[in-house]
Design a protein around this ligand. Structure first.
Ligand code: ATP
Ligand code: ZN
Length: 301
């Protein structure tokens, strides 16, 4: 099945709902049910770790976004929120432009909000603000809709999608141990669902020529692993889970420190919720009632 027919199947069965924009889709109840059940499966694996649950809306403060350095690495993916801030005359001009089918966006001004690019971004400044880390470090469980400007016909590459993340903050040993354990758990979890998988080192899509070096360094140092499942094609399996070790990057950027003043290390494991759901629909068909008994049992109990 090619990417085109997978998305056609998803649309024609009503699993995803077209909006006219690639990567921006409505979700059916059946799709959301699968997301809910997969979320419950993640909690079955990780729920005993005592993670603190936090929830941010899918927007990050523009000031924090600027400080995060995202525009240095991924300017092509960022989405800023703009709004109309004019007077009556500006409003009249805006309406005339709309009426004439002209560009009406020139009067839109940036707000203090940027769309969240990865669920963990708003967490680090909040943790830094809370003061010194306890010896045991911290562990968080968070989910956010994330925005990335990467329109695509591949249903697995959306512009707005959900990421659930566990984020570990602490010593290098604590953080590396966390990532190791999730590398194993992630494979167990996807294995339980009967989906074919591979795990590979990876790199983020850093922008431009300078970004190529960052990407190579990330790859060579084994800082990012991905769990891949074939969804759009066998040749190019899709990254459905990511395991990222940031070393001191976020700790030193935001000033997250232990009691003794040592800079915290961080790592996160990210679950691409839509991607896992799409992998299940691709492998088992559009009717969840007809999915294999074993898979239904794992998800629905
Ligand atoms: P890719 O290499 O496919 O662009 P990524 O390495 O940029 O993905 P991460 O930044 O590690 O992805 O994001 C964490 C998880 O979020 C990924 O493992 C993936 O499952 C999911 N994800 C990333 N981008 C998208 C997208 N455009 N649509 C749906 N899910 C996504
Ligand atoms: Zn993260």
């Amino acid at each position: 099945m090619t990417a085109a027919t997978l998305i056609d199947d998803l649309f024609s069965s009503g699993i995803l709902i077209e909006t006219g924009v690639d990567g921006l889709y409505g979700r059916s109840g059946a799709f959301e049910e699968v997301i809910d059940r997969f979320n419950a499966l993640i909690t079955r694996f990780g729920g005993g770790d005592g993670a603190t649950r936090v929830h941010f809306p899918p927007g990050i403060s523009r000031t924090q976004f600027e400080k995060s350095g995202y525009m240095k690495s991924f300017p092509q993916l960022a989405g800023t929120v703009h709004a109309f801030v004019g007077n009556d005359a500006d409003h009249c001009r805006l309406l005339a432009q709309l009426q004439a089918g002209e560009d009406w966006t020139e009067g839109q001004k940036p707000t203090d909000i940027v769309l969240t690019p990865a669920a963990c971004y708003p967490l680090y400044p909040a943790v830094a603000k809370a003061g010194a880390l306890p010896d045991a470090g911290k562990l968080y469980d968070l989910t956010s809709y994330c925005f990335r400007h990467e329109p695509s016909k591949e249903p697995t590459r959306m512009q707005l999608f959900r990421m659930r993340e566990f984020v570990r903050i602490g010593t290098p040993e604590q953080v590396r141990g966390f990532r190791e354990s999730w590398l194993t758990r992630g494979q167990e979890m996807i294995g339980l669902l009967g989906l074919p998988l591979t795990v590979d080192v990876a790199n983020d899509p850093f922008f431009g020529r300078a970004g190529k070096m960052l990407a190579n360094n990330q790859r060579d140092s084994g800082l990012k692993f991905e769990l891949l499942i074939p969804v759009n094609s066998e040749e190019n399996p899709t990254a459905c889970l990511s395991f990222n070790y940031h070393q001191e990057h976020f700790g030193s950027l935001w000033g997250i420190k232990g009691e003794g003043g040592e800079v915290a290390h961080t790592a996160c494991v990210g679950f691409g919720m839509e991607r896992v759901a799409l992998a299940l629909f691709k492998h088992y068909g559009m009717d969840t009632d007809a999915w294999p008994e074993g898979v239904r049992k794992v998800l629905w109990g």
